[in-house]
Design a binder for this molecule. Sequence first.
Ligand SMILES: Cc1cc2nc3c(=O)[nH]c(=O)nc-3n(C[C@H](O)[C@H](O)[C@H](O)COP(=O)(O)OP(=O)(O)OC[C@H]3O[C@@H](n4cnc5c(N)ncnc54)[C@H](O)[C@@H]3O)c2cc1C
Length: 487
Amino acid sequence: MAQSLNPYTYLHPLLLLLLLLHVSSPLADPSLYDSFLECLKTDTNPFDQSYVSDIVFAQSNVSYPNVFENYIRNTRFNTSSTPKPSLIITPPHEAHVQSTVICAKSVIPIQIKIRSGGHDYEGISYVSNHQPFIVLDLFNLHNITVDVQKNLVVVHAGATLGVLYYKIWNNSRTHGFPTGVGPTVGVGGHVSSGGYDNMLGRYGLSVDNVIDARIVDVNGRILDKESMGEDLFWAIKGGGGEDVGAKHNRSCRSVAGSRSPCGRQALDQAADVATELDGGKRFQNGESFGGDVVSRRCRRARDAIGETVSSAWAKEGELYETTWVESVLWWANYPLGTKPETLIDRNLNSADFLKRKSDYVQNPIPRSGLEVLWKKMIELGKTGLVFNPYGGRMGEIPSDATPFPHRAGNLFKIQYSVTWNPRSAFLAYKDLDIGINSFDENSYEEGEVYGLKYFNDNFERLVKVKTEVDPENFFRNEQSIPVLPRK
Ligand SMILES: Cc1cc2nc3c(=O)[nH]c(=O)nc-3n(C[C@H](O)[C@H](O)[C@H](O)COP(=O)(O)OP(=O)(O)OC[C@H]3O[C@@H](n4cnc5c(N)ncnc54)[C@H](O)[C@@H]3O)c2cc1C
């Protein structure tokens, strides 16, 4: 009698029913799982069978929801109606990336989505409107080696920026790398789209400092800079994510200084904007960064800003110098003094509901325009505007040096979280409102709509490379580079 009052007695049949439903769901597609596994076992060399089973997650696997949701970084795409991948493959070695590409082509063929950190603003690394699809999730591929003597970092695509920062800091207090301000962002997606941080005025983008890469092409071959050739190497440095292949390893030049005071570099950037605005004076880079000159440099930065904008926000006591890694933490909203170890935290399963858009500004916004802007923001409430000043090194690198075209002539980038109609856009701030590709007979024309906004004149060269290396358009997503129409 006492036992029948126990609520768990009634839950057992329900639980059993749920499990049965789950296992027999048509989405689980056991035949796809079996044939994919079989293919991986045959095509990956060498590793044992049980190992392969450990890296492939079908929807019926109890760990599937966790594996899928850990790297969903936008709550908009974490709903029961979000289309889910039939399989998630989580390779720990590049050989598995190769065999996944080969098997995805030969088993059905089936569309692959590639996810590194999962921060894509539109979730296109793990969501697709074309069923079925699989996700190649690279979070297990996260090795980083730092060679201070050679100023070199080799990093796998699944590493996060935070761990990259930490590893560099752990090896040297005087080196850094220009990446981004979000520690949980993945290296794979970040570097695929350009990658800026507070050092861009001095060192340019992440892609400007990438000196080699290893990718798996559409035929499952591993290519490096030499074997992939000049055009493809150019295309992968900012031409988007899974357009031409799965990138799993990059060599990057680290940047060195007697100190790496990013806090000050942020001021350099502000000063560069001031320079562009007054069309003349430039706050000089490239001096030594000894502590004794810092306060003087801060004063000069403030003066440069103050002459053209306003010194109200840059008062003496509000300027402080940080090391590079301290500035990274500060920009990630941690208080000064936070331990660098904090950057290692991948912060799994944490996400916000968000929508971002971007735009580039070539002419100064007049005071009256700014006033309208502020008033509108106050009226709308929860909106955000981030201005990233350009200038400096960004203005020196030609717009066709990499696919990322927004160089000289751009005063700053705006990132905003309200609906807007952009004149041009930053690829890393993926925005499907600009246009998506259905990959039918109008694919090229559809691609032009968003492609010209992201890449300006570099779009045509990207189409040419894409057509050469992946003529069947196997690697594709909603905003990937289209191939040229067949004649
Ligand atoms: C909190 C936050 C902070 C950010 N801060 C910055 C910043 O400071 N500077 C900046 O430039 N940008 C910034 N971004 C934008 C960010 O760089 C992009 O959203 C980037 O694409 C995310 O990379 P990911 O690997 O985390 O995302 P994912 O969702 O994994 O991938 C993004 C895209 O790249 C593709 N892709 C991922 N890995 C690979 C791979 N190995 N091979 C081929 N294709 C791949 C995916 O398929 C997808 O199309 C920020 C974004 C967020 C959410």
